[in-house]
Ligand binder design. Structure first.
Ligand code: DGL
Length: 266
């Protein structure tokens, strides 16, 4: 089926998942919404995050997507089940994929989960990890300064290394061999996070595992895109279009993105 795949996030973070989908499935079209006007979702109430996520899902339903990827852990934790129940197409979250990536990689079963306050409070990662391995120990840490840093677009200088190091201070005496980036914004800070935890720790995201899930679902349903012309991705941001463009074009290594402003009712 030649319809697009919908991808949503509170902001630019879901682009880390979109990029992995583009790499694994280069013939697929992506319609992306980043709710940058209301980002971050991490400190918001469950109800608010659920409402905002539903608004984005509805907008993509109107654009006739064939499936939806909730490329936001905070939104996955509170809205995945209800969207799966009510949307007329498959809906995929990122938390199970992140947990799977960590369990595949860890040797000592000591896993740090870095995520937003909302995701950490939900306990969704612990649950997902425990459902795959009863031996695994999960050390959760909320990193509330990381998403605003990424969304500012100023995440490349020494300042970003200092801020990440400070954010990871609470786990400096913990033992772990694997870090899950349990927020889709964090792979944009991968270098800074790797520098802070040192070379012996694996730092993983859910992006590649999620892309594999997308492929599995579409091929099982016989819905992979068959058209020969290259896909035309479309991006939407509810906040600043120039800032979104600058981050997205850098991260995706593509110029002249087809990018539009989108508004949601309060
Ligand atoms: N990128 C999102 C996540 O994976 C949310 C970041 C936020 O808005 O706080 O959780």
């Amino acid at each position: 089926m030649n319809a697009p795949i919908g991808v949503i996030d509170s902001g630019v973070g879901g682009l880390t998942v979109a990029k992995a989908i583009m790499e694994l499935l280069p013939n697929e079209t992506i319609y992306y919404i980043g709710d940058t006007a209301r980002c971050p979702y991490g400190p918001r109430s469950k109800q608010e995050v659920r409402n905002f996520t539903w608004q984005m899902a509805k907008a993509l339903e109107k654009m006739n997507v064939k499936m939806l990827v909730i490329a936001c852990n905070t939104a996955t934790a509170v809205a995945l089940e209800s969207l799966q129940k009510h949307m007329p197409f498959p809906v995929l979250g990122v938390i199970n994929a992140g947990a799977r990536a960590a369990i595949k990689e860890t040797k000592r079963n000591e896993i740090v989960v870095l995520a937003t306050e909302g995701t950490i409070k939900s306990g969704a990662y612990e649950e997902a990890v425990k459902s795959l391995s009863t031996k695994a120990k999960v050390i959760p840490l909320a990193c509330p300064t990381f998403v605003p840093l990424v969304e500012s677009g100023e995440y490349e200088g020494q300042f970003s290394y200092n801020l990440v190091e400070k954010g990871l201070k609470p786990i400096e005496n913990e033992r772990f061999d694997t870090v899950i980036l349990g927020c889709t914004h964090y792979p944009i800070l991968q270098k800074q996070i790797e520098a802070a935890v040192g070379p012996d720790v694996h730092v993983l995201s859910s992006a590649q595992e999620t892309a594999k899930d997308v492929e599995a679902i579409l091929s099982y349903k016989g819905e992979l895109r068959t058209e020969k012309e290259p896909p035309q991705h479309v991006f939407h941001a509810s906040g600043s279009v120039p800032i979104f463009r600058s981050i997205a074009e850098r991260w995706l290594e593509q110029g002249a993105l087809d990018l539009h402003k989108i508004s949601f009712e309060k």
